[in-house]
Write a protein that binds this ligand. Sequence first.
Ligand code: AMP
Length: 213
Amino acid sequence: MNIIILGPQASGKGTQAKLLSEGLGLFYFESGNFLREKAERDPRIDEIINKRGELLPDEETFNLVRDYLKEKVPTLDNFILDGYPRSLKQYQLLIDWLKEEGKKIDLAILLNISDQEAVRRLSARVVCEKCGSVYNLITNPPPGGKCQCGGNLTQRPDDRPEAIEKRLQTYHATTAPLIEVLKKDGILVEVDGERPIAVISDDLLKIVAGHGE
Ligand code: AMP
């Protein structure tokens, strides 16, 4: 089963994708961390994704994702992609390539939350400088104000208010046409992302199980 998971920033798609990948033994790929790692070694990518808060060009992102997936999941089966595809073009590049390889995306999960909720969650998000653990000052505060590993917690540059607004606008503009096509392809399932983590996770496991029948 190959799954893509979509949703605005802070919709909880990373959390849900990880739970699904653990529950179902899927390879988990997360484009944000993957590209931030690339940015550490490439000032041009750093400028685009961290400083300007923009998306990396579609073809370039696809090429990076394709090469990585091919290396990590040579069978191209049983993966879940979080953060890719983010645009219609990225989806088309992905499914055309998978088709050539005799594979496909079976299911697309869309986790919906309002913009207001996204801003509220993102403004409270902090990340450990040392181990990368993510906390939320409202919903998942770090014990004693420090990371469990002892590292310092900081806000991601693209979680600052001016960058958040831009990221949400970009999300809506680029994802809306993709959502329409996923609906037409009959693989989209929409889920309310403003419920408790465990409730959503149960829901998703049932949806995936039902899909395989
Ligand atoms: P995220 O952690 O998912 O919000 O991703 C952080 C940043 O990485 C985004 O704001 C983009 O600049 C870049 N990025 C992540 N996924 C993609 C993608 N599929 N296409 C282009 N850029 C991406």
